[in-house]
Design a binder for this molecule. Structure first.
Ligand code: ATP
Length: 660
């Protein structure tokens, strides 16, 4: 059941439609009980602000006759309306105009006599989100309209016709018919009189002004070297025009060196901004994330060097325009690395609260972890590729191959605080009796830190500490983190920062790689990521241990990560835990025999590393993933198809349209 708060007849592409603004009934917020539900009975000309409930308000277009234009959507949610412009246009010979009786009149003859080409349609006003501006700008429209009327009347004196200029409403909206890849669409709406145009323009802008979650002023950092130098072009050609159209003021800083963005955020006044945006890859996101979280910690006098620190959520949100080489953060939070989709999610104010982990070593704070911390194989690749920078992006593949041939493994001790929130999830437990006794790594339950009284460790008892631990060891979560994720929405009533000794286990053995993942790690080289089921805001991260094995065993792991990370748990050399805190202590007498540690693609160091998750401490502009649709819109598959563009001009054109 919905209430219609405004309705008018209009024409789109010469076809008549009934345009109505409707508010779906919402008992909790119902302020519009008095409103009529019959479109034809609607008498309102000006909408009252009280009647607009942004989340449930929509624009509906109902065709009046049978002829329906496929470009006209049935409805546009108010949240997806980008801008409303009022344009004064000279008619074109195919377009409709109205006489006093609101009937279409033929203008062909006028077009032929008119000197002014229709292309010179002028934009009378620019969109404004504030209703006050709308009112101020209306006289301008009239003035411009009068001038045009003067000239046009001069041209048509002989024809004794009505004024021939016309005002149309041009709306831009976000097309979410493809739930993963969003795009901008526009509609030109003609109504029957100038008064109705003004009324519609006023009412639509009034609706827009209620969308409080939208940013009005953004600070953007563009890394000119991000993604092999494409970041600047992507921003200026594909993103900035959309921000401008949505009336968002953007201050742009092109970085000149690494860490410039982080230092700027930490030191400058950001009060004017509703959000900060990085245009680049994961490295740029990490800079913004560090700058913002460190600034908030400093302002709150939080001792960031304390490994038990509880970090505070900043007020500002971060937007990510993917223009890097890997873009794991964009893939993890929107489902793909499409700059236009990300820009639109920023504009409409989509918000996702994500977990961030702190990384400490024996000396204090080291880094924040947004995506992945790796010890061993992947850390070694980063270290090796840093030495081979002169080789360009090829260095990662070469370094990977080199490390694979070396097949090194590292003796390490890993202490894991398991997630207790997961008891309520659908999980399967790992049957540790199946663990190969020859395995170089044995989960040693008798090494439990602060183990409970051994007397209670009685197998006849149902809830022995050992049993509880086994139940908490997760082989695989089976639900993707998605938009409006239920798992991330669970409110924890107990103190999740305190550690239950029974949730802590200690493992020791030789590992080829130890990886902590806070996001799935999807990218062009990994379809689902190494950890497809990790949740972005549930206060846990995934720990993936790859035990020492033959090269074939490790190759199988790498292959599975590339092809379908959901299946890595079936591999005998892989263990998967869902953790709140992990302590990695590389054990080796010779420093040279130690592996390398990397956090979000940067090398870090330490004899002992503690990774601790902080639930939903960072707000970003992103909608989350519509995972059921991700297969249909797989950007990795699509990018392969796009490589064929030169042979398929139609597809190339579609791709170019998407980019614009
Ligand atoms: N002007 C600059 N000159 C040199 N380095 C810069 C500059 N601006 C930013 N950086 C640094 O470059 C690093 C990499 O940038 P970015 O992440 O944007 O691109 P990328 O490495 O191509 O993408 P990805 O991280 O997704 O693989 C960042 O860590 C950032 O600190």
């Amino acid at each position: 059941m919905s209430s219609t708060i405004y309705s008018t007849k209009c024409y789109i592409k010469n076809n008549p439609y009934q345009l109505s603004i409707r508010v779906d009934s919402d008992d909790a917020n119902s302020t519009n009980n008095s409103l009529t539900t019959d479109v034809l009975e609607v008498k309102f000309t000006d909408i009252s602000l009280d009647n607009i409930i942004p989340s449930i308000t929509r624009l509906c277009f109902e065709p009046i006759n049978e002829k329906k234009d496929t470009i006209v959507p049935e409805e546009i949610s108010l949240n997806h309306l980008l801008s409303v412009q009022q344009l004064t246009k000279a008619p074109n010979k195919n377009k409709r105009n109205f006489n006093d009786n609101n009937e279409p009149i033929d203008r062909n003859i006028m077009v032929t006599t008119m000197n002014e080409p229709s292309k010179q349609a002028s934009c009378a006003t620019l969109n404004t989100l504030a209703s006050e501006n709308t009112i101020q700008q209306t006289p301008k429209i009239r003035r411009l309209g009068s001038r045009r009327r003067f000239f046009f009347n001069q041209s048509y004196i002989d024809g004794e016709t009505d004024p021939i200029y016309k005002t149309v409403i041009k709306i831009r909206y976000v097309d979410v018919s493809n739930l993963v890849r969003w795009s901008v669409k526009k509609l030109e709406i003609e109504v029957e009189t100038e008064d109705i145009t003004n009324e519609l323009y006023f009412n639509l802008n009034l609706c827009l002004s209620t969308l409080e979650q939208r940013p009005h002023k953004l600070l953007a950092f563009v890394n000119p070297f991000g993604g092999k130098g494409k970041a600047k072009v992507v921003f200026e050609k594909s993103v900035l025009p959309i921000f401008n159209a949505a009336n968002i003021a953007v201050t742009t800083i092109h970085t000149e060196r690494a860490n410039q963005a982080k230092e700027y955020i930490m030191s400058e006044d950001l009060n004017d901004y509703d959000g900060i945006v990085c245009v680049g890859g994961d490295g740029m996101f990490a800079e913004l994330c560090h700058g913002l979280l460190l600034r908030t910690s400093l302002e709150a006098n939080v001792d960031i060097d304390d490994p038990e620190v509880n970090i505070i959520r900043p007020n500002l949100k971060i937007g990510i325009i993917p223009a890097g080489s890997t873009d794991a953060v964009a893939f993890g939070t929107t489902g793909l690395n499409d700059p236009v989709t990300s820009a639109l999610q920023i504009i409409v104010g989509e918000t996702l609260s994500i977990d961030i982990a702190t990384v400490h070593n024996e000396k204090g704070f080291v880094s924040f972890m947004a995506v992945m911390l790796a010890y061993g194989f992947f850390g070694d690749i980063i270290q090796q590729s840093d030495k081979w920078r002169f080789l360009g992006p090829l260095r990662y593949d070469l370094a990977g191959f080199f490390q694979f041939i070396r097949n090194r493994s590292y003796n390490s001790e890993v202490t894991i605080t398991l997630s207790d929130a997961d008891l309520s999830r659908t999980t399967t437990t790992k049957n540790h009796s199946d663990v190969d006794s020859e395995s170089p790594v044995l989960p040693d339950f008798h090494h439990l830190l602060n183990n409970a009284d051994p007397k209670t460790n009685n197998t006849n008892q149902k809830e022995t500490p050992l049993k509880i631990l086994e139940n908490k060891i997760l082989e695989a979560k089976t639900r993707f983190c998605r938009k409006n994720c239920e798992t991330c929405a669970i409110v924890h009533t107990h103190d999740t920062t305190s550690i239950d000794p029974l949730s802590t286990i200690k493992l020791e053995g030789r590992y080829t790689t130890i990886n902590c993942l806070n996001m799935p790690g999807r990218c062009a080289k990994s379809k689902f990521g190494m950890s497809p089921y990790v949740h972005l805001g549930d206060g846990t991260f995934d720990l993936i241990l790859v035990k020492r094995s033959w090269r074939t065993g490790f190759l199988r792991f790498l292959w599975q990560v590339a092809k379908d990370g959901r299946l890595i748990n079936d591999l005998p050399n892989v263990e998967h835990y869902c953790a709140r805190e992990v302590f990695i202590r590389p054990k080796c007498e010779h420093r040279k025999a130690l592996g390398n540690l990397s956090c979000d693609g940067e090398l870090i160091s330490g004899d002992e590393i503690k990774i601790r998750i902080h639930r939903q401490v960072l707000n970003i502009f992103a909608s989350g993933i519509q995972f059921d649709k991700i297969e249909e819109n797989n950007p990795i598959e699509n990018s392969k198809k796009r490589k064929c563009c030169p042979l398929f001009p139609k597809r190339r054109r579609e791709h170019q349209q998407e980019a614009t």
